[in-house]
Design a binder for this molecule. Structure first.
Ligand code: NAD
Length: 252
């Protein structure tokens, strides 16, 4: 049985707490204590009122489903306290200094940092870009204006540029652009559209290289319990946890 600590008890935390299969939630921490208490009631874990008591509990994996700020604030401490780190707020890794410190802390402590596929698919073979660089790598994301926190009455390009710039403007919305960049070994180009006619978050990935061409389109259904969360992102974490100790590893 895998023992985890849940850092962040919001939308994704709820799906994990309700659907966990082969893992035990030992400890929970959220800056809003009542949220940790609520999920402790569902999962049987202990709600912690501060990060130190959370990270001092007996478990092996911190599952971060909080925010880019929380990932930056607590990521290294989690590793330094002997925990592996599963990071959903991947945008934190857009900062090369933070990334390099995090990886070094993981190495020093014999731990690992996991970046789940989250709200997209295809990261497995996009890793070929690390040994055979892509000529082109583009993420085109379309979301409703409300989920981007802006107002728009027609489809509108709200950002065009590099992933590490886009995440600064939209830290809650384009984590996948950083996951994509880390997988492929280069900063992805991003086009971010606000579209009042969409009810789903759509991610399109285009890559070109010596191997040929890739086009992936993911149309994300909201989580059954909470429309603000892409169900795929929560399922992605549950699947990662399910396969962590499997002797059979599928996918690159
Ligand atoms: N990688 C992906 O594909 C992907 C997909 C979806 C969401 N995400 C990211 O996952 C994270 C969680 O998503 P969600 O929909 O569950 O968000 P949410 O807002 O519903 O829940 C986040 C919870 O974390 C808590 N929190 C935030 N900052 C904190 C801090 N510094 N210390 C302690 N607690 C803190 C909040 O109080 C809240 O309860 C977000 O950063 C989101 O952008 C990533």
């Amino acid at each position: 049985m895998i023992r985890i600590g849940l850092l962040g008890c919001g939308n994704i935390g709820h799906v994990i707490a309700k659907n966990r299969e082969n893992c035990q939630i030992v400890a929970l921490y959220d800056q809003v204590f009542s949220r940790a208490q609520e999920l402790a009631g569902i999962s049987g874990g202990t709600a912690c009122s501060d990060f130190d008591s959370f990270v001092g509990a007996e478990f092996d994996y911190v599952v971060e489903a909080a925010s880019v700020q929380a990932a930056r604030q607590y990521g290294e401490a989690a590793l330094a306290n002997g925990k592996h780190l599963i990071l959903l707020s991947v945008g934190a890794l857009a900062d090369p200094v933070f990334l390099s410190n995090l990886v070094e802390t993981a190495r020093e402590n014999g731990r690992r940092v996991y970046v789940p596929s989250g709200a997209v698919t295809g990261l497995d073979n996009l890793k070929v870009g690390q040994i055979s660089p892509f000529r082109r790598l583009l993420l085109r994301t379309t979301k409703s204006p409300a989920s981007l926190g802006i107002q728009a009455t027609a489809r509108q390009l709200v950002f065009q540029g590099k992933a590490h710039e886009c995440i600064k403007e939209f830290p809650r919305n384009v984590n996948v652009s950083i996951a994509l960049s880390l997988a492929a070994g280069r900063d992805a180009d991003v086009e971010l559209y606000a579209d009042p006619s969409v009810s789903r978050n759509v991610h399109e990935i285009e890559a070109e290289g010596e191997f040929g061409e890739i086009y992936i389109r993911v149309s994300n259904v909201p989580s059954p319990d909470n429309p603000a969360t892409s169900y795929l992102a929560a399922l992605s974490i549950l699947t990662l946890l399910r396969n962590l100790d499997s002797p059979l590893v599928v996918g690159t």
